[in-house]
Write a protein that binds this ligand. Structure first.
Ligand SMILES: [Zn+2]
Length: 313
């Protein structure tokens, strides 16, 4: 059992017994790690707000390669993102980023680039104008897919490699744009606007923090729909993001500009934000839920099997 340390971002937490907490952390150096924070629910907690979802800290923990749960020793806070997300739109977009990784990743395979992308995306979600948030989320989702081996093909037909149709025909199932010939026999092809295609290309290649400068809000909706279709086809566990559904329903009710209840106030030590918990589905999992449907070894698509997506490269 070695005492190791890594920077990490809290995805979600569960209560454990009367006083402790299980914390699911996406770490830069060890991938997804589940830690037991003993006494974390006692007041005051020695871990402060570092176990709140969205918080970024340096985690010191006893790592045992043969165990699923590791013992958290201490945390050094780096950024308490949750405390700065003072309105529902920012909170929902930040949680959508956590939710996406929680759904697509499993196991302790490190991916520092993916970690850095998450950290940059959360920082951008705090700092950017609200109108830029959909573009940031779209960029994050596209770049996550790309880092996991599912980069949408936009330079040639995703099916045959031939010259693209001038009609900008996108097939989520095939993983990119299509030629006129392949598109005729492909169900579910979407015709993209020129702006949306240009936006997709920019969101794939530019830093997430700059996404809102390249893609207008009115195009971000079209792009997010295409990205969602794409993710649904290529990631068995992706069934849409509850955080964004919450936001959409609030938008329809015209309430997203209101401050998040309690978001500006200090959370109770050791207690996850209830909105974060609900949106992230923390309450429907548990310590034994490491392998969820679609993520078991041998299932049709699993994150470690991304390398078999040769047709998308
Ligand atoms: Zn083709």
């Amino acid at each position: 059992m070695a005492l190791v340390q890594s920077e990490g971002i809290v995805l979600k937490t569960y209560a454990l017994g009367d006083t402790s907490r299980i914390v699911v952390v996406y770490t830069r150096d060890l991938g997804m790690v589940k830690m037991v924070a003993k006494g974390a629910r006692k007041l005051p907690s020695r871990f402060g707000a570092t176990l709140e979802p969205l918080s970024r800290s340096r985690f010191h923990f006893y790592h045992r390669s043969d165990r699923e749960l590791h013992l958290l020793s201490k945390t050094d806070p780096l950024a308490a993102a949750g405390l700065k997300l003072a309105d529902l739109a920012r909170l929902a977009h930040a949680q959508a980023a956590l939710e996406l990784l929680d759904r697509l990743l499993w196991g302790d395979e490190p991916h520092p680039e993916l970690y850095d992308l998450l950290a940059a995306s959360l920082e951008a979600t705090i700092a950017a104008p609200i109108a830029q948030l959909p573009a940031i989320t779209g960029a994050f989702q596209l770049q996550v897919a790309g880092l996991l081996g599912y980069r949408p093909r936009l330079d040639a037909c995703a099916n045959c490699g031939g010259a693209l149709s001038p009609e900008r025909l996108f097939s989520a199932a095939r993983g990119g744009l299509m030629c006129a010939s392949c598109a005729t026999s492909e169900p579910g092809v979407t015709r993209l606007s020129a702006d949306a295609l240009a936006g997709l290309s920019l969101l794939l290649s530019k830093p997430v923090a700059e996404a809102g400068k390249y893609v207008e809000l009115r195009r971000a909706g079209e792009i997010l729909r295409v990205v969602e279709q794409f993710l649904r086809h290529h990631f068995q566990r992706f069934q849409g993001l509850r955080s964004l559904e919450v936001l959409r329903s609030l938008d329809e009710a015209g309430t997203s500009a209101r401050p998040a209840p309690g978001a500006a106030a200090a959370p109770k030590p050791g207690e996850a934000d209830p909105i974060a918990r609900d949106a992230l589905g923390a309450s429907d999992g548990g310590p034994g839920s490491r392998l969820k449907p679609g993520n078991e070894p041998g299932s049709r698509r699993k994150p470690r099997g991304f390398r078999d997506a040769a047709h998308l490269r």
